[in-house]
Design a protein around this ligand. Structure first.
Ligand code: GSH
Length: 204
């Protein structure tokens, strides 16, 4: 398997999962600053020039969530996904989708605000947008906190690929100081980002 990767992108998620799985893979690092994702060679892999992409045999997969779902299923003996058809498979799908489709856009809206030039941030319009995005994020974070219910893992009694996806997004939220007032989520991020696989996945 070959993973197209750059640090501090969504490609960290499947790389983290590959490290957790402990399976061999080839890492192809692309330098976004040098626009290595816009070369004809990479556009032939991912027509939008985005990361990640995974080549698994004859199949090329796009979308970090799909890649994580695929990898966890590909190695069932590693137990990073509840078995197909098990009761826990439902919450597993739910948290994967919630992380990617509900939490991620709410965090990214605020991330984009942080990236704005200072003069644009100060406008009344921008401040109203910021307040709106923050108000949207709070109940979303409450859903995750309630779902964890003080447990260590999102699904069942063990670490799954859903924790990889959720903790990755919450980690970004934490670095943006968006988890203030959510100590359980800060603790969830701290615990899971201490895993040895994370350190390998986040390295350049
Ligand atoms: N929904 C896609 C989003 C991929 C995406 O936007 N990747 C960003 C990095 S996080 C990227 O490659 N940006 C480079 C660019 O667009 O030039 C996924 O989850 O894989």
């Amino acid at each position: 398997m070959k993973l197209y990767f750059a640090p501090r992108t969504r490609a960290v998620r499947p790389r983290w999962l590959l490290e957790e799985l402990g399976v061999p893979y080839e890492l192809v690092r692309l330098d976004l600053a040098r626009q290595e994702n816009s070369t004809p060679a990479y556009l032939a892999v991912h027509p939008l020039g985005e990361l990640p992409a995974l080549v698994d045999g004859d199949v090329t997969l796009l979308e970090s969530l799909a890649i994580c779902l695929h990898l966890a299923d590909r190695f069932p003996e590693k137990h990073l996904a509840p078995p197909l058809g098990s009761v826990e498979r439902g919450p597993y799908y739910q948290w994967m989708a919630f992380a990617e489709l509900t939490l991620d856009p709410a965090v990214m809206a605020l991330y984009r605000h942080v990236q704005l030039p200072e003069e644009q941030k100060d406008s009344a319009h921008s401040n109203a947008e910021l307040a709106r995005h923050r108000a949207r994020l709070t109940p979303v974070l409450d859903v995750v906190r309630a779902g964890l219910g003080g447990r260590e893992f999102l699904v069942g009694q063990s670490f799954t690929a859903a924790d990889v996806v959720m903790a990755s997004i919450l980690h970004l939220a934490n670095t943006l100081k968006l988890l203030d007032g959510h100590p359980q989520l800060v603790e969830y991020v701290r615990r899971h980002t201490q895993r040895p696989a994370v350190r390998k996945a986040a390295s350049g």
